[in-house]
Design a protein around this ligand. Sequence first.
Ligand code: ZN
Length: 316
Amino acid sequence: MLNNLIISIIGARVQTRTRGENVIPLTCPNCKNGIEINNVLIEKIKKRVLIKCNDCEEEHNLFEYLDILTTDNIFLRYSFISNYHHSGITDFIPGQLKKVDIPSDFKEVHKIFVTPFGEGVRPIQCFTIILSKIEFGIISIKREGESYPEKYGASYLIYGNKTGKKLPLWTYILTSAKSFELENNFRNAIIECQTAFELFLTVYTKEKIRRLYSENIADYIYLSRRPRVEDLTKGIMKLAVGKTLPELLGGLDQDALYQKWKNGVNDKRNLIVHKGEDASKEEANEAFATIFKLVIFLDPDILHYFSSEMTTSTNY
Ligand SMILES: [Zn+2]
């Protein structure tokens, strides 16, 4: 039936786009529904209070909402490194290259998924190929001796970054950590996680020290001697916010998070760099989630950086 629909409107190229919608990686651990990011939520996170889910009304702490970060779901994993998603529907003829437009507001494309559909049609294997900045292709594989319908429908999903969205350098390094993990380069993923965190700590503490003390003190700390990560999490953190990172994270769940960073990211990164140690997918995944949780804990406004926009189009 869907096939008939597609064939009947071929030739009339229709394009519709919906307004952007924000998607963020905060998910209720109980009902699995996503939570909309707004200033009320950010204020709650800043006050370190439990957050009530709007759907199931259960209360959980921030870190439980962020447990989704270690998910194995491939779509979600791409959504953590992309601030722009675009979904659409098109059609293709089995065995022929189908060209599809990539919206012009993509700065870069990370991944395109395609799923053929049609009621009662024979399953067909297909994959995508990026042809240029503005076009991708759907290639379908016809097996010899098999008969196929004239056309298939296909839904596609493009993950990438949007032009014009300026973000701090450390966010690019953290997303590059996830990209390395998706490419099964787990050692580099962990190294990037630690680099992103060190850079974040520098930006975070420097801004506060400049405001609290003087430009001279900030210059002395950051320019004359480059701070080591131990200083950034302890002495310099205390100067900036009155507590060291382990003190800020005091409490059952948070202590565990500090240890995860110390062993799973900081020490692990040194073992990789200095001893050539190997790393697993689970270790890389956990390292990314740990750093993400730490930066959101220290500065909840950062959630805005990771919100992503989604648009939809239909091309027939
Ligand atoms: Zn819920």
